[in-house]
Design a protein around this ligand. Sequence first.
Ligand code: ATP
Ligand code: MG
Length: 461
Amino acid sequence: MAWTLSQLVEATNGVLTGELLGEDPIRFDSVSTDTRTLKSGALYAALKGANFDGHAFIAEAVKQGAVAVLISEPVETIVPSVLVEDTRIALGEFAAWHRQKMQLKALIGVTGSNGKTTTKALLANILAKQAQVLATAGNLNNDYGLPRTLLELTSSDDYAVIEMGANHHREIHYLTKIARPDVAVITLAAGAHLEGFGSLDGVIETKGEIMDGLKPGGTIVLNTDSPGFEVWCAKAKRLDLKVFSFGESEQANVRLAAFQQNHDRIHFTLRLTCLDGAERSVQTSMPMLGFHNAMNAAAAVAACLAVGLTWEQIQPGLEDFDGVAGRLQKSALPQGVLIDDTYNANPASVKAAIRTLAGLPGESVACLGAMAELGAESQSLHEDVARYAKEKGVASLLVFGVAAQSMPEAFGEGGEYFETQDALIARAIQLLEQNQVQNALVKGSRSTQMEKVSQAIVATV
Ligand code: ATP
Ligand code: MG
């Protein structure tokens, strides 16, 4: 893509200063916010964060080949600049402007408390068998990552799959207004009392904001089994949006009707009620573990049907999708499986992983790092997860991290707390080597770096 500075000015209402362009307008072909990765010919956008100010790196950006800069403070520089009030918002405005120019078959937005990246990656895998797809890379789902992603759209893309994440109210509202989805998915709402939202109602409301930016007549894909389903349906009605649903309940358009898991695949039946009212039942499988991944698949299937794909078009990309790194990845152990779900953790995702672990043949150990950002209810939420693990039949619960300290007591026999990660690793290896357990789950919030535990177990056992 190549843009002119006057397009940037038009989109952001900025003020152009510096060398004027006359008949030979200055063009830039990428947008960068980081001089370490800036490519020659880029626009450099100077962002301000809590610990840095991009304006300090303008000379460096120009040296790397930036042809213009987007700024919120007047700065002396030899390249033209566009001055705006807030560069982060200007980046969003420019991305919104660019997205509107693109003639996509559909842009699909994905939000929810869990499963966004997995559902997004699965959707991209399915759609890529049919056409050209741009999807959010990794987890770039915030007010910085989403505009950056949209600016990568080119006229040869047919579909875009865009992840939207939030820590606070109105963030999804902001993102969806930029992305303007044709179809949007809410995977689920979970986790009462999360910091930033106040309550489960707060979470429900925030996820529902994704509808604010849906194109008129667009479709919202909703989980019939999630708290908030009725609230979202009512909002969709007010906004005159179509609802297409997935879940285990009778009313779901894509109903997860049967589920089975063996060592390396999940097998499930989907009952489809297509947009034209036609009904059919399909059996499918994926090289992944976890009931919740069958739910993520149902969400993706619903979104694909909503953009007009047939089951025959959906099936190949569903059945060869083997997941996203760090999310429920499986490695073989001598007598069983290790599930590495170390990317991150909150109560709903830990329970989903425990359910997966407990569904495997054999005895199991759960190695859990503490969950972060749970606010005042942190202790009781940790204890609740511990009781859930016991209830599901997990034999041994090894925990690490101060916030997890009260879990062993809630778990009862087989629960142990460790001061250090190394001590936890040693105990887990002992249990596996003595064949007291055959399967292991390793999971924790990002800050607990539990991937080191799974690496050590796989390397030793
Ligand atoms: P983030 O908010 O960090 O971007 P995300 O919503 O993108 O997370 P994923 O990265 O897809 O979610 O998955 C993170 C973890 O959440 C997984 O490792 C898994 O344990 C859990 N998870 C995924 N899908 C679901 C689901 N449908 N229900 C409950 N838990 C899920
Ligand atoms: Mg994500």
